[in-house]
Design a binder for this molecule. Structure first.
Ligand code: XBP
Ligand code: MG
Length: 257
């Protein structure tokens, strides 16, 4: 096995629990502002998450859940406009400090930096959302911690396609064997796995806990902290009770029994 050289992180659901009280709320604000009576409930949004990408998700909603809606002739433009408004709301919410990063995220990233591991992001969300989250929820300088930020429409096919992970690894000139991926969802695990990354750590959240994580190495409920152990849902974490770099190196080399 090649040495572990880089950690590649998903954003939504992984770095922060952004979907239910972040993206969903921002979509609804954008709909209301546009004079639409669409309201994505917590439950409906869970179903819509099957499709990644905000613009793609709106299109999916119209095709499968709101077929009566008579859209304008320029539907792409209409959806892009709604989505741009949603991004404005979402980034404002982040700037107001409404969404913290998940347990263990900041500590693990700091440890990784101290130990010379390379860091990247591979996400479906819009680049402006990543910048706002890193800056406001993690650290004002956090964007500079990541060598590559692969996001949104930079690739044609979003997760579960492998394109975004492949793009990130190409930018870093790294083979998948030297990388480890951090994900929270079925679509994310599929994407990393189809990009040939075979060490995938999943931290679940309310929307994804029932997902099929075939291809993941270890599934836990959170990265955890020394005083807040993770709960292991599948796979082996050995004697580790919170995620640190030592655990990641062991997982990568399959040293955890
Ligand atoms: C995240 C997404 C994104 C966000 C919304 O998936 O699918 O679409 O839900 O962001 P992942 P945008 O965590 O697998 O990257 O509206 O900017 O697309
Ligand atoms: Mg995710």
């Amino acid at each position: 096995m090649a040495d572990l050289e880089a950690l590649i992180f998903d954003v939504d659901g992984t770095l922060a629990d952004t979907e239910r009280d972040g993206h969903r709320v921002a979509f609804n604000l954008a709909f209301k502002e546009a004079g639409l009576d669409w309201e994505w409930s917590v439950e409906l949004y869970g179903k819509l998450l099957a499709v990644t990408g905000g613009k793609e998700r709106i299109r999916h909603y119209l095709a499968d859940y709101n077929t009566a809606f008579q859209g304008p002739a320029e539907l792409d433009q209409f959806i892009a406009g709604l989505h741009a408004a949603k991004t404005e709301h979402y980034t404002r919410m982040l700037a107001e400090g409404m969404i913290p990063v998940r347990n263990g995220v900041k500590r693990l990233l700091q440890e990784a930096r101290e130990q010379g591991l390379r860091l990247a992001i591979a996400t479906t969300t819009t680049p402006a959302n990543v910048s706002a989250l890193l800056q406001h929820s993690l650290d004002p300088q956090a964007e500079s911690w990541f060598e590559v930020i692969a996001a949104g429409d930079i690739v044609a096919e979003k997760k579960p396609a492998p394109d975004i992970y492949i793009w990130a690894m190409q930018q870093m000139k790294l083979q998948p064997q030297a990388c480890m991926a951090f994900e929270d969802s079925h679509n994310g695990v599929q994407s990393a796995s189809r990009a040939s990354i075979d060490t995938i750590l999943v931290t679940t959240n309310g929307y994804t806990v029932e997902d099929d994580f075939t291809g993941a190495t270890l599934i836990i409920d959170q990265l955890g902290e020394p005083d807040q152990p993770f709960q292991r849902l599948n796979g082996s974490a050995g004697d580790f009770s919170y995620t640190n770099i030592e655990m990641l190196r062991a997982l990568h080399g399959r040293g955890v029994k």
